[in-house]
Design a protein around this ligand. Sequence first.
Ligand code: GRF
Length: 209
Amino acid sequence: MSKAGRLVVLVSGSGTNLQALLDASADPSYGARVVAVGADREGIEGLARAAKAQIPTFVEKLRDHETRVEWDAAIAARIAEHEPDLVVSAGFMKILGAPTLDSFPVVNTHPALLPSFPGAHGVRDALAHGVKVTGCTVMLADAGVDTGPIIAQEPVPVLPDDDEAVLHERIKTVERRLLVDIVGRMVREGWTVKGRIVRIGNQPGGEST
Ligand code: GRF
């Protein structure tokens, strides 16, 4: 079997998507392994999960830098140290800048069916809008807020008594499975991007036209 793809996973919170990737990569046939976990803050469960799995971690806080441009360069350098084949933004609450986006393919996950309800409150906004179906989206990150080419989506029903927390948990159950599936397939099979159309399979990873 070829060498496992190297994943750097970025987190800002509970890290259950990270945990799903860690669990999946315990099986060598998954084809990818988490080589480092990065965060924009300390004291989060995502970092504790990485430590428990004995995965190297790094923290790059925005407030430790004079400007956003400096933070962009710093986080890109921290990521680069781990030579990733793919960066996974899994509940990472920052938009990555050009130094990262121009150097590595970045997969992002969002708890709504984009292009509806982008941004930090996708679940709350979908609930407030009264949609009856929402879901999750796995996309390639670009410089915008949840605007990158969509790789995969799955629907999740909104039930009458849902509040934000209950609905988010229902979405996350689907989101974790979808993210694990897509990341594994991208690393094992490669992908291409033509305009906004992403195709997985039989192609070199990250080739775009
Ligand atoms: C996910 O729903 C992600 O899409 C959103 O925040 C959640 C992160 O969950 N941006 P976790 O930290 O992986 O548990």
